[in-house]
Design a protein around this ligand. Structure first.
Ligand code: 6LW
Length: 509
């Protein structure tokens, strides 16, 4: 069974999956964005629908003032006795480790119970046959004087209802010694308990390692050939592979869902979309799981999303994101238009911005904007220090590139009234030539006129040192700006929107 890869394109890191009631449910991290923890459902692991989000009310996660890169880190989803559980750490925030529950995974989810005694990240939840609940986590502290200290893989038995650990944390097997042992998941299979972890850090050295024991508390013995999966030092188009979760496939087999990146350019160095969700088949040998290398198999269909605010398109669609607040608190849909009142710039931690994940390497996003009463338009952001935009203000449109304080602008005059703003992103030319260097190629257009072309390497996960990915959307920085609609088109089927081939082949070593 060949699954599409990426399984979940675009900003979808730290995937966790569960099979329940004949369907699959997958969650990912969202950091400082709301709504948090998207829930996708699939009947077959191949076709996924975004059915809702776990965190839809700001109070559930308290990310309003988390630093960039903090917030919702690495949820685990599990199912037991008719209840869905999502356990997660809200990093660099007072909220800590929280368990959310729901009977309907589309929501609403409850306000969440903080679990005292789980000081770390990447919490996993598993139950023994006698109903004992175990939280296994990575002992990295993200708050307090000891922030940054790493105690390896830890475990506690917990009372979920009371929200507390029933013992002091115990140290478990923590991998082969690579940095950052994290993303632990515990599974019972036959007579063995398997402990799957990530190690090596979320960059190019990322890896998956596994151990097994006869008790959920260990001791655990590592697989003799750990790490069992890594793309490090390969020429594979999918890099940084790690942070995995195991799942049974519809055909009775086993697979991993895991994070990875698609770096572009001659030296495969720049990943515009950030960390995405991929999959790899798993075979079993001597009661050990053996993942296959992660192979690129993008869907060969182009994707289009058209939001026309005159026909009732709304912000109800679960794919809209805002920064440290909810989309509905940033934008309103008045008859026929989406309006945003600007109070701060894109370099502010609380921008008036609503956006969607860029999910394809060949993509275009366009919006019709009326900025006769304000300043705003179309922007692509990694964070408040790394963004580019097309900014309309009356009859003037300014393309802006912003990089950690460095800024450049290109201006054009447009006829008064509504103007179409458009961004086009495409991979660099293939082949072994200087032109093939750098990141994707970004074109910024207003009213059909080209204002600027940018080298996308500067807005990638590597350059921005970011946990997230590119989010593209609508904003206002001053006054009131209104939008008639937004259209997203994207494809990874070997070319630009217009189908030109790009030299991005699966050259796996
Ligand atoms: C996550 C950790 C990681 O908690 O990065 O890639 C952190 N691995 O497991 C944030 O995504």
């Amino acid at each position: 069974m060949t699954l599409p890869n990426p399984l979940m394109p675009g900003f979808s890191p730290d995937p966790s999956v569960v099979r329940a009631g004949g369907a699959y449910y997958l969650v990912t991290s969202t950091f400082e964005y709301l709504p948090g923890i998207p829930v996708h459902r699939s009947p077959d692991l191949a076709d996924w629908t975004h059915i809702g989000n776990v965190v839809t009310r700001p109070g559930q996660a308290a990310v309003g003032d988390v630093p960039t890169g903090g917030g919702v880190w690495a949820p685990t989803i599990r199912y037991r006795d008719g209840v869905f559980y999502v356990i997660v750490t809200i990093a660099m925030s007072p909220r800590g480790c929280v368990v959310f529950t729901a009977t309907d995974p589309a929501g609403p989810w409850n306000d969440g119970t903080t679990i005292d005694g789980v000081a770390g990240i990447d919490p996993d939840l598993a139950w023994d046959d006698d109903g004992t609940a175990y939280v296994t986590f990575s002992g990295l502290l993200t708050t307090g004087e000891q922030a940054g200290r790493h105690a390896g893989i830890q475990q506690v038995r917990v009372d979920l209802a009371a929200g507390k650990a029933l013992e002091e944390p115990r140290s478990l097997w923590s991998g082969t010694g690579l940095k950052f042992p994290e993303a632990p998941h515990l599974y019972r299979r036959g007579r063995w308990w398997y402990l799957l972890i990530a190690e090596g850090g979320t960059e190019r050295g990322h890896s998956v390692s596994v151990a097994r024991g006869l008790s959920p508390e260990g001791p655990f013995e590592g697989h003799p050939a750990n790490p069992v999966l890594s793309a490090r030092s390969t020429a594979r188009p999918i890099q940084n592979t790690g942070h995995a979760d195991l799942v049974d496939t519809p055909d009775g087999g086993t697979a991993l869902v895991l994070l990875g990146m698609r770096p572009l350019g001659l030296t495969q160095a720049f990943s515009p979309l950030g960390r995405e969700t991929f999959t790899a088949p798993v075979s079993w040998a001597e009661e050990w799981p053996q993942p296959a290398p992660v192979r690129l198999a993008p869907r060969d269909t182009a994707e289009e999303e058209v939001f026309d605010f005159a026909d009732g398109s709304s912000l109800e669609d679960p794919g809209w994101l805002a920064v440290r607040t909810t989309p509905a608190s940033v934008a309103t849909i008045e008859p026929g238009r989406l309006s945003i009142i600007g109070r701060a710039g894109l370099d502010d931690p609380h921008p008036q911005f609503v956006g969607r994940r860029q999910r394809h390497l060949c993509a275009s996003v366009s919006a019709t904007v009326d900025a006769s009463h304000g300043t705003g338009g179309l922007a692509a952001r990694y964070d408040e220090d790394h963004w580019f935009c097309l900014e309309a203000r009356g009859p003037v449109v300014t393309a802006r590139a912003h990089l950690a304080g460095l800024a450049q602008a290109w201006q054009a005059t447009v006829p008064p009234g509504q103007v179409e703003l458009r961004m086009e992103m495409n991979p660099p030319p293939g082949g072994f030539s200087p032109e093939a260097g750098g990141g994707d190629r970004i074109r910024l257009l207003a009213g059909g006129a080209l204002l600027a072309e940018l080298d996308g390497r500067y807005w990638t996960a590597e350059t921005c040192a970011s946990f997230t990915g590119r989010v593209i959307g609508l904003y206002a920085s001053q006054g009131t700006v209104s939008f008639g609609g937004l259209t997203y088109r994207g494809t990874d089927a070997g070319g630009r929107d217009d189908g030109d081939a790009f030299g991005y082949q699966d050259g796996s070593g």
